[in-house]
Design a protein around this ligand. Structure first.
Ligand code: PMP
Length: 376
C-alpha cells in the first residue's frame, strides 16, 4: 500500500515539474531507438586539461564539437556559420548572461536596459536581475519601451511561450539585438531561411532534447564580442565540460548523418520528431475543441526549405488561453490536476498558461485526456 502511495506521489510530483519547466523528455524514445549510436566512452586519463584548442579564441571549445555544429547548421540550413565565431556555453542560459556582459560597458553612465516583447521567456527578467548588476537591468516589455539610453533587445524566434516567429520590435537606432534561436529547428517550425544575425544562441536542450548535457552555443559576428564572451566564461566556470562537449559532438554527428540519403527514413531525426509534434498538436487541438473553454494560437503555414514542403508551426509549448469567465487559468487548471505556468511569468494576463509539448508520451496523453474532460 505504502509503495503504491509513494509511486502515485512520485508520479504527481514529476507531472508537476515537467509541465512547469519544459523538460524535453519526449526525445528519449528516438534516442532509445538509436541504441548505441551515440554511446561515448571516455577513459579516465582523457580530458584532464582545462584546454581544448589553445590556439582558438574560444580555447575551451572542442574542435570536434565546433565541426559538428557547423555541419548541422549547413545540413538544416537554419543559420549562417561562415564568418562567425562559435562560443560554447553551459547551456544557452549561460550564454545569454555572457552576451549581456559582452555587449555592455563597464564605464557606461547607466545600466543597459534589457527588453523583450511580451509574452517573453520567463527566465529573461529573473536571470537579468538576479545579481542586480550595474551593467544591465531588466526593462520589461519591448513593445512599451520608451526609455532613452542604451538597450539590448532579446528576440526569441520561434518564441517561447507562444511559438510565433518574431522580429525585433524596438524601432530605434543604436540598440543591440540578441537572437535566441533555441527553437529554430524543423521539428518545430518551417526553416524559411538561414538566420544571419549579429549574435545567435542555440542549445542542445531543444534541438536534440539533451537538456541534461548542458551544452549551448553562440554564433557571433564580431570577434571583440566573442572575446568578451570567452572572458566571461573564463571568469565564471573556466570553460565548459569537455565530457559534455564530446557527447554533444557525437549526438550532432548522428543527427546530421540521419538526414543523409544513406539513412533509413525512420532514422531521420527531424522527420521523426516533426511527426511526433504533429501528432501531439492534433491531439491537443482536438482536446481543446472537445472542452470548449480554451483557445490556442493559430499559425500561418510556411514553406520549409529543409523538408521542401509547406507546414504549420508545431511549437514546443502550447500557449493556452482560458476563454470566458475564468481569469486565473493556472489555478483553474490546477484544480483539475494540470500544472502549468501562468501568463503572469511571461509578462501578460493570467488568463494564459504555458504547457510543455515535449514531455514523455504517457504524461502528454494524461494531460490531453484531462484537458478534454474539463467543461464549465
Ligand atoms: N532560451 C529559450 C527561449 C529557452 O526556452 C530555453 C530553455 N527553456 C533556454 C534558452 C535555455 O536553454 P538551456 O537549457 O540551453 O540553458
Amino acid at each position: 500500500m505504502l509503495v503504491r502511495w509513494r509511486k502515485i506521489v512520485r508520479e504527481q510530483v514529476l507531472f508537476v515539474r515537467v509541465f512547469f519547466i519544459g523538460d524535453p523528455t519526449m526525445y528519449e524514445r528516438y534516442w532509445q531507438e538509436m541504441g548505441d549510436k551515440t554511446t561515448v566512452v571516455i577513459p579516465g586519463w582523457q580530458f584532464t586539461s582545462y584546454f581544448s584548442d589553445a590556439g582558438n579564441l574560444c580555447w575551451f571549445l572542442e574542435p570536434e564539437l565546433a565541426k559538428e555544429i557547423s555541419r548541422l547548421h549547413k545540413v538544416v540550413g537554419n543559420a549562417i556559420t561562415e564568418g562567425r565565431l562559435t562560443v560554447v556555453g553551459t547551456g544557452s542560459s549561460q550564454l545569454f548572461l555572457t552576451a549581456l556582459y559582452a555587449f555592455t560597458e563597464n564605464d557606461a553612465s547607466e545600466p543597459f536596459s534589457v527588453v523583450s516583447a511580451a509574452p517573453y521567456y520567463s527566465s529573461y527578467p529573473a536571470a537579468t536581475d538576479c545579481l542586480k548588476s550595474g551593467l544591465y537591468k531588466w526593462g520589461g516589455d519591448a513593445r512599451n519601451f520608451t526609455k532613452t539610453g542604451p538597450y539590448i533587445e532579446l528576440v526569441t524566434s520561434p518564441n517561447n511561450p507562444d511559438g510565433f516567429v518574431r522580429q525585433s520590435v524596438v524601432n530605434r537606432s543604436g540598440g543591440i539585438l540578441v537572437h535566441d534561436l533555441a527553437y529554430y529547428w524543423p521539428q518545430y517550425t518551417p526553416i524559411t531561411s538561414a538566420a544571419d544575425y549579429e549574435l545567435m544562441l542555440f542549445t542542445l536542450s531543444k534541438s536534440t532534447g539533451h537538456a541534461g548535457m548542458r551544452i549551448g552555443w553562440a554564433l557571433v559576428k564580431d570577434p571583440s564580442i566573442a572575446k568578451k564572451m570567452v572572458k566571461y566564461i573564463e571568469l565564471s566556470t573556466i570553460g565548459v565540460s569537455k565530457d559534455s562537449q564530446l557527447r554533444a559532438a557525437k549526438v550532432l554527428k548522428v543527427v546530421s548523418d540521419s538526414c543523409g540519403t544513406a539513412a533509413r527514413p525512420r532514422e531521420n531525426f527531424f522527420a521523426y520528431c516533426h511527426l511526433l509534434m504533429a501528432e501531439r498538436w492534433k491531439l491537443l487541438r482536438e482536446a481543446v475543441k472537445q472542452s470548449g473553454i480554451f483557445s490556442l494560437p493559430e499559425f500561418e503555414p510556411g514553406f520549409c526549405n529543409f523538408f521542401q514542403r509547406l507546414f504549420e508551426p508545431l511549437p514546443a509549448f502550447a500557449w493556452l488561453k482560458c476563454e470566458g469567465s475564468v481569469e486565473d487559468c493556472e489555478s483553474f487548471l490546477k484544480s483539475h490536476n494540470i500544472w502549468t505556468r501562468s501568463g503572469r511569468h511571461f509578462g501578460v494576463s493570467p488568463s494564459y498558461v504555458r504547457v510543455s509539448m515535449l514531455d514523455r508520451d504517457r504524461t502528454f496523453g494524461c494531460f490531453v485526456k484531462r484537458l478534454s474532460q474539463i467543461h464549465l
